[in-house]
Design a protein around this ligand. Sequence first.
Ligand code: FE
Length: 203
Amino acid sequence: MTDSIRPLREFVVAMTTLVGATGDERRLLAEGRQLLARLIALDDWLPAAFAAPRADRYAQYLLHADALERFSVLSFVWGPGQRTPVHDHTVWGLVGVLRGAEGCEEFSLSDGRPVATGGQHVMQRGDIEAVSPTVGDWHRVSHAWEGGAAVSIHVYGANIGAVRRHRLDDSGAMLDFVSGYDNLVLPNLWDRSAAVRALGLPC
Ligand code: FE
């Protein structure tokens, strides 16, 4: 078996070291960004099951959750026409585009409610953005690529699928939500057998 998932394993190991070394959000975002940039520089490691679009809505797949829930790593997949609701995160997060492009609508908070600034931008492959209650936590993300499904890799400062968060419904009402995940099984990060066998086995 090849070890094509190695970049993800190395990212998880480095993030585990980072969250063990600091709880400072500024440092987590700065150093996490460098690690995420390295991870998304190549697009040859994400198993196809975790880059598969859903027909009915965008998909979010858990790739790894820290045992102490200090961080989680996900792939998000948008098919043509799909977008998130306007939502927040409540914890720090980093979003990096692995494949295609994504549109991002910008919001600011006014009296505790998100208000569209009118600003929007497109994130291209390799681009990374930070979210958090400190640096700006509300946005809406949409598919923005004619080449097929768009995929981004996200890391958050919690087990994000189990975090109570907020979103706007179609009427603009603010609702609580817990996103969960779309996968029941996780990618196997830990089959390092090929590298060990390559060292040679006793006869
Ligand atoms: Fe988001």
